[in-house]
Design a protein around this ligand. Structure first.
Ligand code: UD1
Ligand code: PEP
Length: 439
């Protein structure tokens, strides 16, 4: 079993470069399915488990994909298959983003039903509402969702009940090749939506208003492969910013874009962290004493839920009481139990966590219950007394490239090791069955 071992106490110093954004690259790769002609070249693609899962999803759809040196090439000219089985969707919910492009290209998609996950039930009703408004019929059965349309999707006015990131992307991609104009109202405004829209436009689409609450898409007959660079990962950047702040460090986070990180920069500033714009990024200097703040997660430009767990790690160090209210996902506090194992004082009341600090954290064996929870536990380990062992690294690998190595390069005492479990040791010690070869 692999583990990340952290020994607390080191201040972080130096420079770290962030990768391309996971939450932009996954929909961008899905959007490539729309190109009936030509090869797309996507740049700054991070070596994440989710990227490899997306590669397999596309390969399974009879699409040619190549991924080398951060460049992802896609050619979707051949006849497409239309099914994404559970083995992929289970690993990564973003697999569902192939539904919109498949419907638009070939009028049919059959995707395994995603189901819930550690952070909430995560329904997809808003995606389906959009496809139905564009004329598709949707059937659910045997663990699959099947959507079909005879001929082309038709442009429609679609009001989202909640500004869902995935639904906005899926509908925007489908609408790019629909007949007529689609308007998405109450659309998600995340920077990743703008990145996908820019890519669609480079492919020949006519998408306007991405990054605002109303997106207008005039459908076109055909899209062609294009070149596109993925935006930097604001959540990875934010994770390093918190690491610097927690350890009274001084770190330049290259690729951190203040425009994408406004809520985080504001809240960290309120806590007493110094954040300066420098060439190509942000410099973060941690104070001796952190002040507590209240945080409420919201759709962009509100505070991102994907930084909630990391900010909880930071609040554990603040002097006084801070409250974090999670409004985006109904069950995104799984890390609280793990923080408690590290001797922290956190109370949960409904959708809020009340954190009273400063906490004298102690190293412990803890499990990454989801991607950002895993990162947050490593952050807590950076200031804990003694050794913290973080397990369930598969979650962390979905969204961070070489996290332990990058933190070590900044001076942290962090390593990733393979440590056999007792069961694995027993299996290793069992004598191999005798092989008798006949001569
Ligand atoms: C790959 C990717 O980009 N993932 C991000 C994306 O996830 P994802 O696109 O899944 O998140 P959504 O914005 O869709 O979900 C936000 C909320 O809306 C609900 N909902 C969503 C769709 C729907 O049809 N019905 C519905 O009720 C969800 O259950 C959740 O409570 O945005 C989230 C919110 O910023 C981030 O945490 C994820 O990191
Ligand atoms: C929740 C996240 O991702 P996903 O939607 O891919 O599960 C995340 O990136 O924190």
């Amino acid at each position: 079993m692999e583990k990340i071992i952290v020994r607390g106490g080191n201040q972080l110093r130096g420079k770290v470069k962030v990768e391309g954004a996971k939450n932009a690259v996954l929909p961008v790769i899905a959007a490539s399915i729309l190109a009936g002609r030509g090869t797309s070249h996507i740049y700054d693609v991070p070596k994440l488990a989710d990227v490899y899962t997306m590669k397999e999803v596309l390969r399974n759809l009879n699409i040619e994909v190549e991924y080398k040196d951060g460049i992802f090439q896609v050619n979707a000219e051949k006849a497409l298959k239309t099914e994404a089985p559970f083995e992929y969707v289970r690993k990564m919910r973003a697999s569902f983003l192939v539904m919109g492009p498949l419907l638009a290209r070939v009028g049919k998609a059959r995707i395994a039903l995603p189901g819930g996950c550690a952070i909430g039930s995560r329904p997809i009703d808003q995606h389906l509402k959009g496809f139905e408004a564009m004329g598709a019929t949707v059937e659910i059965g045997n663990g699959f969702i099947e959507a079909r349309i005879d001929g082309r999707l038709k442009g429609a006015k679609i009001y989202l009940d909640f500004p869902s990131v995935g639904a906005t992307e899926n509908i925007m991609m489908a609408a790019s090749m629909a007949k007529g104009t689609t308007i998405i109202e109450n659309a998600a405004e995340e920077p990743e939506i703008v990145c996908v829209a820019n890519y669609l436009n480079a492919m020949g689409a006519k998408v306007r208003g991405a990054g605002t609450g109303e997106i207008r898409i005039e459908g076109v007959d055909e899209l062609v492969g294009a070149k596109h660079t993925v935006i930097p990962d604001r959540i990875e950047a934010g994770t390093f910013m918190v690491a610097a702040a927690m350890t009274q460090g001084d770190v330049i986070v290259e690729g951190a874009t203040s425009e994408h990180l406004r809520p985080l920069v504001a809240k960290m500033g309120e806590m007493g962290v110094t954040i300066e714009e420098v060439e190509n990024g942000l410099r973060v200097i941690g104070p001796e004493k952190l002040k507590p703040v209240d945080i409420k997660t919201m759709p962009h430009p509100g505070f991102p839920t994907d930084m909630q767990a990391q900010m909880m790690a930071l609040l554990l160090q603040a002097e006084g009481t801070g409250v974090i209210t999670e409004t985006v996902f109904e069950n995104r506090f799984m890390h609280v139990e793990e923080f408690r194992r590290m001797n922290s004082n956190i109370k949960i009341e409904g959708r809020s966590a009340i954190i009273t600090g400063p906490n004298k954290l102690q190293g412990a064996e803890v499990a990454a219950t989801d991607l950002r929870a895993g990162a947050a536990l490593i952050l807590a380990g950076l200031v804990a007394d003694g050794m913290t062992r973080v397990t369930e690294l598969k979650h962390i690998d979905r969204g961070y490239v070489d996290l332990a190595d990058k933190l070590r390069a900044l001076g942290a005492d962090v390593e990733r090791i393979v440590e056999e479990t007792e069961e694995e040791i027993e299996n290793l010690e069992a004598p191999a069955p005798l092989q008798i070869k006949s001569i």
